[in-house]
Design a protein around this ligand. Structure first.
Ligand code: COI
Length: 354
């Protein structure tokens, strides 16, 4: 398929790298493509970033049939531009699509068209270490219809946003709150898909957590409310008695690309790595007996995010000494060194754009 390109006349200006937060600034252009049952995916186009005009009856507004992905483009010190394991994101995007009754994309075309967009927007990619161009591919249901069923028509779009750190804390340890009352997802539901509704389902508890000074909610499983699942914006890792462990994928946890990269590197480095059920009781016991060495999150937006405090009911567990732990630092350095081209891409994770 040929991509139609319409360039914006008056180009915007990328703000200073030092002013970048997360997800507030958008580049000049976006990618759009539509789907109908008759035509399949059609009319791929890169055009100026602009508002959509959609019927108020558009199904996505009412029933939330929408999925997205998160990736980043990095500028290396020699000025080249690269992506980190984008094939994994498009594979997961299609998995999310299947789970949400959305038509799949051709993964090769999706990656090629993203690269075409990035080449046009290359000047928007920040250069300072820790900054990048966040990529948000999204598909929404577009039938103007109020009956409850899967939509017949869809819009696929990609928007780009120059970003700094996801958390205001940067790489300093964040505080997370285990919700005892609310659940994000249940096995058999849609928790393992990157579906917009999972994030909507997390908001009530997240707001409660924020009011108490916590950056995020650490979710327990929705059935027994006993086992650790994930943090919503990232997966979670524990180092207990020299074992690097993360909750096993059980159908209600997002299979993170960064999660997978941490597991891969940990095994390669000869660490004792496991994916298994981790109960909140085990974490409390490990904290009490001094074997809870480190806790950190892993995700595209957050990269590696050390956790310095976990609250469960009235119990507050402080982890480390207010500084990022050595293992979190080691993973963060190894992954970002590959992403920014400072280290050799020994795992074949880098996709060059330019
Ligand atoms: C990501 O890490 O890319 C995410 O999608 C998490 C969050 C910003 C929604």
């Amino acid at each position: 398929m040929e991509i139609t390109i319409t360039e914006k006349e008056q180009k915007g200006k990328r703000p200073a790298d030092s002013s970048l937060g997360f997800g507030t600034i958008f580049t000049d252009h976006m990618f759009n493509m539509d789907y109908s049952p008759e035509k399949g995916w059609y009319n791929p186009r890169i055009e100026p970033f602009e508002n959509f005009s959609l019927s108020p009856a558009t199904m996505m507004f009412h029933y939330g049939q929408a999925i997205f992905e998160g990736m980043k483009a990095y500028k290396t010190s020699d000025g080249s531009i690269q992506l980190f394991r984008p094939q994994e994101n498009f594979k997961r995007f299609n998995k999310s699509a299947r789970g949400m009754c959305i038509p799949e994309l051709d993964e090769k075309f999706a990656l090629d068209s993203l690269k075409t967009l990035l080449k046009i927007e290359k000047d928007w990619i920040p250069e300072t270490p820790g900054t990048s161009l966040y990529i948000r591919p999204t598909i929404i249901a577009t039938d103007p219809f109020l009956g409850v069923r899967a939509s017949h028509s869809y819009r696929y779009f990609i928007i780009l946003s120059p970003v700094g750190a996801y958390y205001a804390e940067g790489f300093n340890p964040v505080k997370i709150w285990i919700s005892t009352e609310h659940v994000r997802a249940v096995r058999g539901g849609v928790g393992e898909y990157k579906a917009a509704v999972n994030y909507a389902a997390s908001l009530y508890a997240s707001e409660k957590a924020k009011k108490q000074g916590y950056a995020q909610v650490l979710w327990l499983d929705g059935v027994e409310r006993k086992y650790i699942e994930e943090v919503g914006a990232m997966n979670i890792f524990f180092v207990i008695n020299n074992e690097l462990t993360t909750p096993e994928l059980n159908g209600s946890i997002l299979p993170g690309v960064t999660r997978n990269s941490v597991l891969h590197l940990g095994k390669k480095w000869g660490m004792n790595v496991s994916e298994r059920k981790i109960s909140v009781d085990e974490v409390i016991a490990a904290h009490t007996n001094g074997t809870l060495q480190e806790v950190f999150g892993a995700g595209t937006a957050a990269v590696i995010s050390p956790v310095g405090e976990i609250r469960y009911g009235d119990k507050i567990m402080n982890i480390g000494n207010g500084k990022p732990g050595d293992i979190a630092v080691k993973f963060n350095n190894a992954i970002t060194d590959i992403q920014y081209g400072r280290a050799e891409d020994t795992e074949n994770w880098i996709e060059k754009v330019l």
